[in-house]
Design a protein around this ligand. Structure first.
Ligand code: ZN
Length: 175
């Protein structure tokens, strides 16, 4: 396993509608392992493939607390097949927008259908933080960031700061 570089917004890869995975092979399982390692190292509770520059419908999630055992979830080609009318608001962050947060309102419960790393079809009912996290990561696969759910004023302010931060990161890497 190895960690990958996380793409920061704004970036075209983060605005891309990702393509479904057609064959779950060793390469895909390697990517999922790398994504988990990258997410734990960050640290974060979710990571989608475009955040490491790959436009494939893959995501990983682990919402376990620090004092709990890890509960990694590897998700391929997810689809939200049901969402509740009841809504929930969480303050969301994103590894592609480090240091920035915003309140996002989403369905409180969802049912997600996906393939696991063996290619078996899975169906998961999620609520609370897991429901929000899955919706946030699935958004990534459709080129949507949490800032797309908040006011244009706040979004533009965050993206402006990100452009500066990206420039700084490039300069630091070049130094
Ligand atoms: Zn994110």
């Amino acid at each position: 396993m190895s960690t990958r570089d996380i793409v920061w917004a704004p970036d075209r890869v983060l605005k891309t509608n990702c393509t479904p995975v057609t064959e779950i092979d060793g390469d895909i399982r390697q990517i999922l392992d790398d994504m988990l390692e990258t997410m734990y190292a960050a640290p974060g509770i979710g990571l989608a493939a475009p955040q490491i520059g790959l436009t494939k419908r893959l995501l990983v999630v682990d919402i376990s607390r620090d004092d709990e055992e890890n509960r990694p979830l590897k998700v391929i080609n997810p689809e939200i097949v049901w969402s509740s009318e009841e809504l929930n608001t969480y303050e969301e962050g994103c590894l592609s927008l480090p240091g920035h947060y915003g309140e996002v309102t989403r369905p409180a419960q969802v049912t997600v259908q996906f393939l696991d790393e063996t290619g078996a079809e899975q169906r998961m009912d999620a609520d609370g933080l897991l429901a929000t996290c899955l919706q946030h990561e699935i958004d990534h696969l459709n080129g949507v960031l949490f800032v797309d759910h908040i006011s244009a004023l706040k979004r533009n302010m965050i993206l402006k700061k990100m452009i500066k931060a990206k420039k700084q990161r490039e300069e630091d890497e070049a130094a």
